[in-house]
Ligand binder design. Structure first.
Ligand SMILES: [Zn+2]
Ligand SMILES: [Zn+2]
Length: 439
């Protein structure tokens, strides 16, 4: 960080002051955030009570756009569906992208909170479903607005271009790709760095976690269409039963993780859906398996996907299916790679957060599941934009201690709004000021 020191020039008696601005004093930023908390709290309550499903974030995006325009940002709407960018130019310097995701989940809120969602919406299949911000995206948007205000207030202390981005459909792992495909970077140019955060219930509110490497696993969706030969349920010998072949495939997939991948390497294959048949006395001609595949490295990801295809095809061969009727294994294009921070950039961000919030605000990263993100798809330029994705705790310590907390995507998921908003805004503003600090 530059402190705007004075430089003595070589000429005697002549002292030149650097025109670089001074760093923002820590207490000034803290007080400025504190003054904004009541407004941000109201915004959070509004967003929480009005969740919208993936790719239907119309009112949410409009609210976010309006909030950012009110702070003087130039907003472009409707990128990749409901996506938006809000730009602030502040002299010559690097370009920083800060992303918040906007979508909610088809989950029925059962927290009993006064501001709980009662919203129901039509999903993409035309079914009416309950909707809830069960993944803290309401916090992410609220803190984006908070950061927008702090960066305007602190514009004497940074230089460059700040681009705040509202992304649709993170939960479908498709919104980031949709924005890129819709010409996001043709509109804004190539950012030098990118930042994003997620509210995480396993960490206490007030704490920040910045890892110098892996943050989330890769995620791929694989569909196996198992073909059979239809026949009467009482004459199985005259056909080939895709329910039995599909069941064998489900079991044959399990040893991929336990016998093929190193026991020291995390890997996951979950068959989440198995659909076949309509009547007990009919052997149908098709079964469909939908699978999620997770890995922590690209090589394990490739190995898992290849093994799934091999197991599916050869299980059908072993059941006597002809070569013309082997299963079709489709890897969906919605897959996302691992979320892995640029180590050097992560160190800079962590040091800036430690300097501004105290080193006890930081906790070590640990992995407790194989969750994934589509943020890497947003920054997947050639070469990729270096990024830091960090986590902020959202649960009061006493709830962590007595176990009365719920994971994201749960009907009972809840965040402690004030300390979570305060910490998210504070940490993200410190990170942005660090990356846009003048030379
Ligand atoms: Zn989620
Ligand atoms: Zn999320």
């Amino acid at each position: 960080m530059n402190n705007g020191k004075l430089l003595a020039a070589g000429l005697p008696g002549l002292v030149l002051a650097l025109i670089s601005p001074a760093a923002l004093p820590a207490t000034e930023l803290e007080q400025s955030i504190e003054r904004d908390i009541p407004r941000l709290y109201d915004l959070f309550l509004h967003l929480h009570a009005h969740p919208e499903l993936s790719m239907q974030e119309h009112r949410t995006a409009e609210r976010l756009a309006t909030e950012l325009e009110a702070e003087g940002y130039r907003v472009t709407r409707g990128i990749g569906g409901t996506g938006l960018v809000a730009e602030l130019h502040n002299g010559d310097g690097p370009m920083l992208l800060v992303r918040a995701d906007m979508d909610a989940l088809p989950v029925e809120e059962k927290t009993g909170l006064a501001y709980a969602s009662t919203v129901r919406q039509m999903n993409a299949d035309g079914l009416e479903v309950p909707v809830m911000h069960a993944c803290a995206h309401d916090l992410h948007m609220t803190s984006l607005v908070g950061v927008a205000r702090q960066m305007v207030a602190a514009r004497e202390h940074w230089r460059g271009r700040l681009v705040l981005l509202g992304q649709p459909a993170e939960e479908m792992l498709g919104g980031a790709k949709a924005m890129v495909r819709d010409g996001l970077y043709a509109r804004i140019g190539r950012p030098d760095f990118a930042l994003a955060l997620h509210g995480i219930p396993k960490y206490p509110a007030g704490k920040v976690v910045v890892n110098e490497g892996l943050v989330y696993s890769s995620a791929d969706t694989v569909r196996i269409v198992v073909r059979g030969i239809a026949t009467h349920g009482a004459s199985p010998h005259l056909g080939r039963d895709p329910v039995v072949i599909g069941s064998q495939i489900v079991l044959a997939l399990q040893p991929i993780v336990t016998r093929e991948i190193s026991p020291l390497e995390p890997a996951l294959v979950t068959v989440g859906s198995f659909r076949a048949g309509a009547a007990p006395n009919v052997i149908t001609d098709q079964a469909v398996l939908d699978i999620t595949v997770r890995a922590n490295t690209e090589s394990t990801r490739v190995q898992l996907l290849a093994a799934i295809e091999r197991v599916a095809v050869n299980t059908a061969r072993a059941a006597g299916m002809p070569e013309t009727h082997l299963p079709e294994v489709i890897v969906r294009p919605t897959g996302s790679p691992t979320t892995t921070n640029d180590a050097t950039l992560a160190r800079r961000v962590r040091n800036a957060i430690a300097a501004g919030m105290g080193s006890d605000a930081l906790l070590p990263w640990f992995q407790s599941d194989m969750g994934a993100e589509d943020f890497p798809d947003l920054v997947a330029l050639d070469p990729p934009i270096p990024y830091v994705y960090f986590e902020v705790g959202v649960t009061p310590p006493e709830r962590l201690a007595d176990g009365s907390w719920a994971e994201t995507h749960s009907t009972l998921f809840r965040i402690e709004p004030e300390p979570s908003i305060r910490t998210a805004v504070h940490a993200m503003t410190l990170a942005a000021l660090e990356l846009l600090a003048p030379d």
